[in-house]
Design a protein around this ligand. Structure first.
Ligand code: GLU
Length: 423
């Protein structure tokens, strides 16, 4: 099988800005709107000194980017990853503004990050880092200001430490400051699986419009963290065959399909999906070139470059990750007739259920699981169809991604104008 070695040079921040610029042009809005939205309202970068278990101090770099709050308080996850930087955090905060506008949840966009490999830390070190991050950022966060949530390598436990630290600083419980918390701290049932559930609904609707029967389809999933695993599980429950998955250490392929839960257990034991019994090892390039119907990128940014896109045989790509496709990759996929359901729509299930969590925290009244499930499904189906229809109503060449950005920008620009911010 062909492998690709050439990598496009991609700056994620420029990619995000390019998407906004294109939408401004397509909607024929004044350049002022782009000037306003091309960078965040505020970027806080701080050194976070943490005492390690050996008594030594290590200083980690932390970020919070607050992009835009025209439609509501800033909202977005915090990721822990060794490769994060200011540009990536700013880009991700732009995406959050547009994601919330597409999903019609009353939030703006924000994102946080810490440059760290959390796997190198003990639980106690991770706790101290999480609390210190909150100490540094508390002045700019709050249920009406900016509300973080989990993202890559963070989870309900990290959110619990951060929320607890915030409550200590404020000297009262204020659980609405963060979403994605454990259930007993005001968390929402179904939040852990929400992003993947939403991605599954987006896949289901995309399959419908492409006349693909899910119970006869084959899928490949890149990334086997929270989003990748649950997306594979929900697809499998709909009788779609999971023929390939990978993670940062390698990949597994079995044309007869693999059981997502057994794969997860195997990964928990061995640290990798590679070597899963009955499967062949595959590279990421091979995964993307897989002869299948559905591809779900659920890892990091800039995975589907032009070179990779040229090898894609799938009919639909549904982006569980943020920013997995490069702009040139996008053009190639579009030219080849692949339907790409963009990140700001396809992975909005997480922030939709975060919205439900925040509403429940504000009211101190908690809804039954079935209600959350129904409302998530309804919101995802609505969002899919109004963006899909908008894309169909635009010119032939308008992608679903462009339609999503235009739809969100229209709401944003109108509100900013009504608020007297421009025009
Ligand atoms: N980190 C998730 C995302 O990128 C969820 C954000 C949130 O719930 O605020 O959409």
């Amino acid at each position: 099988m062909e492998t690709q070695t050439t990598k496009e040079k991609v700056n994620t921040y420029q990619v995000a800005q390019g998407r906004v610029k294109r939408a401004v042009e397509q909607l024929d809005l004044p350049d002022d709107v782009y000037e306003w939205l091309k960078s965040p309202d505020r970027l806080v970068e701080c050194g976070i000194p943490v005492e390690m278990d050996n008594g030594k101090i290590r200083v980690f770099t932390g970020y919070r980017s607050q992009h835009n709050n025209a439609l509501g308080p800033y909202k977005g996850g915090i990721r822990f990853h060794p490769d994060v930087d200011a540009d990536e955090t700013k880009a991700l905060s732009i995406w959050m503004t547009f994601k919330c506008a597409v999903a019609r949840v009353p939030f703006g966009g924000g994102k946080g990050a810490v440059k760290v490999n959390p796997r190198e830390l003990s639980m106690k070190e991770l706790e101290r880092l999480s609390r210190k991050y909150m100490q540094a950022m508390a002045p700019i966060l709050g249920p009406e200001k900016d509300i973080p949530a989990p993202d890559v390598n963070t989870n309900a436990q990290v959110m619990a430490w951060m929320t607890d630290e915030y409550c200590k600083i404020k000297q009262h419980n204020d659980f609405g400051v963060i979403t994605g918390k454990p259930l007993d701290m005001g968390g929402c049932v179904g939040r852990e699986t929400a992003t993947a559930k939403g991605t599954f609904y987006a896949i289901r609707e995309a399959a419908r419009v492409k006349n693909i029967a899910l119970n006869e389809a084959q899928a490949a999933v890149q990334g086997y963290g929270n989003v990748g695993y649950y997306a594979a599980l929900f697809l499998n429950q709909a009788e779609c065959k999971i023929i390939a998955v990978n993670d940062s250490t390698g990949g597994a392929y079995n044309p007869n399909g693999m059981d997502p839960t057994a794969l997860k257990e195997y990964k928990n034991e061995t640290g990798s999906v590679k070597g899963f019994p009955g499967s062949d090892n595959i590279t990421t390039e091979e995964l993307y070139a897989m002869d299948c119907d559905i591809l779900v990128p659920a890892a990091l940014e800039n995975q589907i470059t032009a070179d990779i896109a040229r090898t894609v045989k799938a009919k639909i790509i549904v982006e569980g990750a943020n920013g997995p496709t490069t702009p040139v990759g996008d053009m190639v996929l579009n030219d080849n007739g692949v339907l790409v359901v963009p990140d700001i729509l396809a992975n909005s299930g997480g922030v939709i259920v975060s919205y439900f969590e925040w509403v429940q925290n504000n009211y101190n009244y908690y809804w039954p699981e079935a209600q959350i499930e129904d409302r998530l499904q309804q919101k995802m189906m609505d969002a899919f169809h109004y963006i899909y229809d908008y894309h169909c109503d635009c010119s032939d060449k308008t992608t679903m991604r462009e339609a999503a950005f235009m739809y969100a920008l229209k709401r944003l620009a109108d509100t900013m104008k009504t608020r007297g911010w421009w025009g």
